[in-house]
Design a binder for this molecule. Sequence first.
Ligand code: CA2
Length: 148
Amino acid sequence: MTCRIAILNGPNLNLLGTREPHIYGLTTLAEIEIMCRSRAEALGAALTFRQSNHEGVLVDWIQEVREDADVLIINPAAYSFRSVALIDAMKALGKPIIELHVSNIHARDELHRHSITSTAATAVICGLGPYGYVAAIEAAVHLAGGRR
Ligand code: CA2
């Protein structure tokens, strides 16, 4: 059976590659999606890739993963540091979750350092830049038990 991976991106990640390149690089989210689709296809995995600036929309999409995917990869962006709603949705999922950050949040300022959503994640990847998404897809296939 095909491994189904859902990638969700939180607020302002639609701006990747357009602002603050010293922190987030020059790669756009559309380019990251192309990289992800290429890697998922090579691994025989099915992929959905979405971004929202709205907390409730992200909660709805996490709930959809219960039916539609085997593993969730999520970059909660700023919601990492304050969203109990996302934590609750992630804890209720009952499937492997990889939290992902483009930057190394542990080396960031106080405001961007302490992810609370990572308490509900199976694993966390950060600081690898856009390649982190590709690494997360490989890890997701591993967590789902390989090509199924
Ligand atoms: O490194 C990451 O992936 C982050 O999740 C990105 C979040 C930040 O709040 C986290 O600490 C780490 C911010 C995403 C906003 O992205 C922008 C991109 C370009 C310009 C402005 C914001």
